[in-house]
Ligand binder design. Sequence first.
Ligand SMILES: [Zn+2]
Length: 515
Amino acid sequence: MPRCLNCLRIVFLVSVLGVAGCVVNPVTGQREIALVSAQQEVSIGQEQYVPSQQMQGGAYRTDPELSAYVSQVGQKLAIASGVDLPYEFVVLNNSVPNAWALPGGKIAINRGLLTELRNEAELAAVLGHEVAHAAARHGAKRVERGILSQGVLLAAAIGASGTEYSQEVLGGAAMATQLLNQKYSRDAEREADFYGTEFMAKAGYDPYGAVTLQETFVRLSGAGATDWVNGLFASHPASQERLNNNRGLLKRLRAQGFDGGKLGQPDFARAMQPLLNAKPAYEAYDEARELYAQGDYDAALAKVNQALSMRDNEALFHGLRGSIRYRQNRYADAITNFDRALARDDRYFLYYLSRGLSHAELGQRDVARRDLSASVRLLPTAPAYQALGKLAEADGDVERAKQYYAQAGQSDGQEGQAARASLVRLELPSQPAKYIAARVSRDDRDRLVLQVNNRASLALADIVIQVELMTEAGVRSTTSRLERLGPGETRLSLLNVDPAQVQSVNAYPVSARLF
Ligand SMILES: [Zn+2]
């Protein structure tokens, strides 16, 4: 009964936000609150699946057979879950060992986790765990917690680990960053382990795979591997407790007759062989990326060339080579490399964004615009909108430039800041009142005080305020000048008039410029 009372109270509290109801969880069978309907869950997953993949390296496209194999294992677990969702499984081109599920059954596993698994049953344990998160509505509950704590579904982006431009992701896609970063509760993790293992047993796998998987995790966790700490262990701390729980569950499932399930070692080995062969190339690439991040471009180039000599068909390698050339101001060479990356994978935003920025540097505005627009269709980012704004400004289209800058300005990152400055610069001449507030009030000695406030997030200079005083003799105008006003700063000054003569006052900004 207390649960239902609580339930009612929450329904009452949030009913203002939309439809909420008490529902039965499809996996656990428990009654609980659903602020997000099943249909909303599915559409959240559908909307966020592409940006989530883009933020994490994009889909792994060099080996479609591996992706098909992973999907086919995933679909077996999806069926075993008994919860009807539009499940999808994707392998991401990312070396960090990680896996995740969005609400509505949109699931991903990184290339870097696959190479650590030993058989199909272990893969089924990972995917079963993620299927359980989706089927038991854990993701939807995180969204709901977001609603309860913030009152809004879409809030500012926070960085996803191991992701370029994550701080710069905008708009609806920013939600993906939140979904990927928030942690499930420990109860949710226990539930996902429990039901995930049950699903894998029902799908015909030996649940022993869930035990060996946890053993690997505990071992890696003890070794303190940074990749793992930043990846899977960030949301799923490995623990002896989880291992013990899985061992207990294995015993129980064996007692229930789940015996003789498949480990699937030969099938797994066959499907994984090309990726395992390519592992040294990806290791060279990961080193190159690190050197690139440290600004050691020559060493990064040598490493990425090494990766390319082992595997020429990987778009990521050509893309990194392009990024290095870009940093070295060799824009034409950079474009050649991004062309090669896009010839191998034309569905990853970063190649379009980087090629567009390179064209912009060379003053090739039309092609730059085309590439930047293609990049924001895959993932809206501040650097792309900022560059589009500059191009529009160069074309003399100030209105369009303002729109782009306003979009880029939503980001807290560097590009967002630059875009906000550009927007202030463009709008200040025609709309000074948008950034400067001026008003006149009487102080405790009845004197007239002019109060000027800089609402912009940047310092302003040469601010001119027009003050109109209504007196019995008619309107008297005076101007007040301020040399500089910091962001958010307010300045007070006494007006040199006899307050007794003044019936009313009006003050407004006339002009200002960026400091
Ligand atoms: Zn989990």
